[in-house]
Design a protein around this ligand. Structure first.
Ligand SMILES: Cc1ncc(COP(=O)(O)O)c(C=O)c1O
Length: 362
C-alpha cells in the first residue's frame, strides 16, 4: 500500500526531461508508426464527483485508432518494424477468442500487407459466435486456427512450429508473443510514458497514481521502464485481471531482463505495486456487481470498458476508493487500454435496461 507521502514528488518538466528523453531514444529499436498518437489525457469530472474520492483522469488509449484501438498497437509498432526488417511476409500470434491483441495484429497486418495467422484458445463449451473481436479477426483477413487450453500451455512452441512450416512454404514468418509482451513490444509503453509525463506536467496537485489493467505484462514493463528512465518516481499500480500478483511481477521482471540483455541497459529501479485483489472469478469471468460498476463508469465518462480488462481495472479502482485509499484532491490516471469490441461480445442482459418489445413483436 502506498503511503500518502509517496504521492508527493517534484513535477517532471519538459526541459529537465529532455536529456532523459534522449537517453530513452538511444535505447529505442526501429518502429513502424500505426497508432494515432499522442492519445489525450482527459479529466473525468462526473466520475470523480460520483465516486467521491480522487480526481480521476483517463489516458485514452482506447483512441489509438479504430480497428487498432487499445494498448496493443503501441507494442505492435515495434514488432511490425522487426518483422519487416527480418524479411517476413507473415505474422503469427495467439490469444483468446475475444483477444484485443489478436484483432489489432490482424488489422495491423492487413494495413501493412502482411499475412496473419492467429492461434486462438477455445475453452471447452465456448461458442464460436462471430461477434466482437472474433468477428474482427476474420474481417481483418487473418487465418484463424483454434487451439485447446492444453495446446495453449505450449503456445510459444506451437507458434514456432507454425512459423517453421510457413517458412518451408515460402512465407518467412515473424512470431509475436502473447500480448506482444516482450522486450520489443515493451518499447511502445516506454514511449507512452513520455506522452504521459508531458501531460501530467499540466495537472495541478501531486503526481498521480498510474492505474492500469495488467495481464501479459508488456504494458506494465513499458510504463515502469519509461518512468524509471524519465526519473519520474510516480506511483504505478498494476491491477491484475486474472493472474496472481506475483505472476505479473515475474512476467514484468522477465521482460526487463530480456530488454537489459538485448540493449545492455541497466534494470529499472522504480517500484511498482502489483495487486490481485480484484480478479474476482478469474480471467474473463465477471459478476453482476462488477458489470454494474463498469456500466456506471461508462455512463459517467462516455467511454466503453470491456469486462475482461479495463472493466476489471476500473472495478478495482472503484473498490479502493470506497475503502478509503485515496483522499479528495489526489490524482489518479486510469490508463484506458481499450477493449471496446470485446464489450460488444459480452451479454449485458440484466445489467442494462432493455427497451420493452414493440407491440405485436414476438
Ligand atoms: C484492453 C486491454 N487492456 C489491458 C491489457 C493488459 O495488457 P498487458 O497484456 O500488456 O498486461 C490487455 C491485454 O490483452 C487488453 O486487451
Amino acid at each position: 500500500m502506498l503511503g500518502r507521502d509517496a504521492f508527493i514528488h517534484p513535477r517532471p518538466t519538459l526541459v529537465s526531461n529532455a536529456r532523459l528523453v534522449r537517453l530513452i531514444c538511444m535505447e529505442l529499436p526501429a518502429r513502424t508508426p500505426l497508432a494515432l498518437l499522442p492519445t489525450p489525457l482527459v479529466f473525468c469530472e462526473r466520475l470523480s464527483e460520483a465516486w467521491g474520492g480522487p480526481r480521476i483522469w483517463m489516458k485514452r488509449d482506447d483512441l489509438t485508432g479504430f480497428e487498432l484501438s487499445g494498448n496493443k498497437v503501441r507494442k505492435l509498432e515495434f514488432h511490425f518494424a522487426a518483422a519487416a526488417a527480418a524479411g517476413a511476409d507473415t505474422v503469427i500470434t495467439c490469444g483468446a477468442l475475444q483477444s484485443n491483441h489478436s484483432r489489432a495484429t490482424a488489422f495491423a497486418a492487413a494495413r501493412l500487407g502482411f499475412r496473419s495467422i492467429l492461434l486462438l484458445r477455445r475453452n471447452p463449451g465456448e461458442q464460436l459466435r462471430l461477434i466482437g473481436n472474433y468477428l474482427l479477426h476474420h474481417l481483418g483477413g487473418a487465418e484463424v486456427r483454434l487451439i485447446t487450453p492444453e495446446e495453449w500451455e505450449q503456445r510459444d512452441l506451437l507458434m514456432a512450429e507454425v512459423a517453421a512450416a510457413e517458412a518451408a512454404n515460402g512465407h518467412p514468418a515473424w512470431v509475436i508473443p502473447e500480448g506482444a509482451s516482450d522486450a520489443l513490444g515493451m518499447w511502445g509503453f516506454v514511449l507512452a510514458t513520455r506522452e504521459l509525463a508531458d501531460q501530467i506536467a499540466q495537472i495541478p496537485g501531486d503526481l498521480p497514481v498510474v492505474w492500469h489493467a495488467a495481464s501479459s505484462g508488456g504494458t506494465t514493463a513499458g510504463i515502469g521502464w519509461g518512468f524509471d528512465r524519465l526519473a519520474v518516481d510516480i506511483p504505478i499500480v498494476a491491477c491484475s485481471i486474472g493472474d496472481p500478483a506475483g505472476t505479473i511481477r515475474e512476467k514484468v521482471d522477465a521482460i526487463w531482463s530480456e530488454a537489459g540483455a538485448a540493449t545492455g541497459a541497466k534494470q529499472p529501479e522504480i517500484s511498482i505495486e502489483y495487486i490481485d485483489n480484484h480478479v474476482g472469478g478469474g480471467y474473463g469471468r465477471v459478476t453482476t456487481e462488477e458489470l454494474t460498476i463498469q456500466t456506471e463508469a461508462s455512463s459517467l465518462t462516455g467511454t466503453i470498458l470491456d469486462p475482461t480488462y479495463t472493466g476489471k481495472a476500473i472495478v478495482g479502482l472503484r473498490r479502493e476508493i470506497s475503502s478509503g485509499r485515496f483522499s479528495r484532491g489526489d490524482n489518479v490516471v486510469f490508463w484506458h487500454t481499450g477493449g471496446g469490441f470485446a464489450a460488444l461480445a459480452h451479454d449485458f442482459t440484466g445489467i442494462v435496461a432493455a427497451a420493452p418489445p414493440a407491440a405485436g413483436s414476438d
